[in-house]
Write a protein that binds this ligand. Structure first.
Ligand code: CCH
Length: 291
């Protein structure tokens, strides 16, 4: 049979699902990092790409992968994210057709699903941009501040109070590192599994000022092994935020649904998609495959 001239490679759902599987496998293999998983730091990478978005100017967001470049990679908020970018480098080498910006967001989706979180529908369409697209420092939240700051920062991205609270539930995952942010410790007892424990702990535990040389943070009175940032506690101090904290503490399904909806939007901020919302895909996780 005569072979047709090959056009440019047009990756399809199956190709992205393969990338997903490769990332999932790497997550399983490289388990000697932090609490046993690169998952949390991958979620943080995807969030810090997206969270630079400014709805007024349309700048920032997950298009571009401009954190590859020194000005943005060196922003204080991004300290430590090189670990996540380096983790994904062999995946980029294996699938050179995927842009860094699509890959980093796909990795965030993979990490959430592989840490037993909800499915996050995904659309490709991000392209890498040069250093001139780096966003100015100061667009990501400052953990030493409170509700006014959270509303200003997340409002700039286009999120309301309910969405700010749902997004914050990501702090069920991972930990703070003194050599990155200056803060120390995990928020929950299961930092590599997504649950609504962050909300439960916020309402059920008593939090006291931690006595130490570092920046102001809080510790749980019962075990003194968990932490909350000033911005975390702002969610229970503020009445409007608190109603959603209570709701998600009571109802993990409601948290998972709202978390999926808002993370999907977060990850798409600033992307000039050519395909519509109906073109979103849902990837199978290792748990779906085992079922
Ligand atoms: Fe966060 N986050 N985050 N965060 N974050 C930190 C770690 C993680 C704030 C500050 C910090 C979101 C919102 C906020 C993750 C996901 C999200 C750290 C420690 C600080 C500080 C960094 C270190 O030392 O390594 C503040 C302030 C806000 C305001 O709302 C949102 C939204 C998300 C995702 C949807 C994840 C995951 C981590 C753990 C990273 C790791 O390496 O374990």
């Amino acid at each position: 049979a005569e072979e047709k001239t090959k056009g440019p490679f047009e990756p399809k759902f199956e190709d992205y699902q393969k990338v997903y599987k490769t990332i999932a496998k790497l997550l399983e293999e490289k388990d000697d990092y932090d609490d046993g998983s690169y998952g949390p730091v991958l979620v943080r990478l995807a969030w810090h790409c997206s969270g630079t978005y400014d709805k007024e100017t349309g700048t920032g967001g997950s298009n571009g992968a401009t954190m590859r470049f020194a000005p943005e990679g060196d922003h204080g908020a991004n300290a430590g994210l090189k670990a996540a970018r380096d983790f994904l480098e062999p995946v980029k080498e294996q699938y050179p057709w995927i842009s860094y910006s699509d890959l980093w967001i796909l990795a965030g989706v993979t990490a959430i699903q592989e840490m037993q979180g909800p499915h996050i529908p995904y659309r490709p369409g991000r392209s890498d941009r040069d250093v001139s697209f780096c966003t100015p420092d100061g667009r990501l939240p400052d953990a030493s501040k409170e509700q006014k700051h959270l509303r200003a920062i997340f409002g700039r991205m286009g999120f309301n109070d309910q969405e700010i609270v749902a997004l914050s539930g990501a702090h069920a995952l991972g930990r703070c590192h003194t050599d990155r942010s200056g803060y120390d410790g995990p928020w929950t007892f299961s930092p590599t599994t997504l649950t609504n424990d962050y909300f439960k702990l916020l309402v059920e535990e008593k939090w006291q000022n931690k006595k130490w040389n570092g920046p102001k943070q809080f510790e749980d009175v019962s075990t003194k092994t968990l932490m909350m940032l000033p911005t975390d506690l702002a969610l229970v101090k503020d009445k409007s935020f608190k109603q959603y904290v209570d709701k998600y503490a009571r109802d993990n399904d409601a948290f998972f649904k709202d978390f999926s909806d808002v993370v999907l939007r977060l990850f798409e901020l600033g992307v000039p998609f050519t395909q519509g919302e109906d073109a979103r895909w849902t990837f199978k996780s290792s748990f779906d495959e085992a079922a």
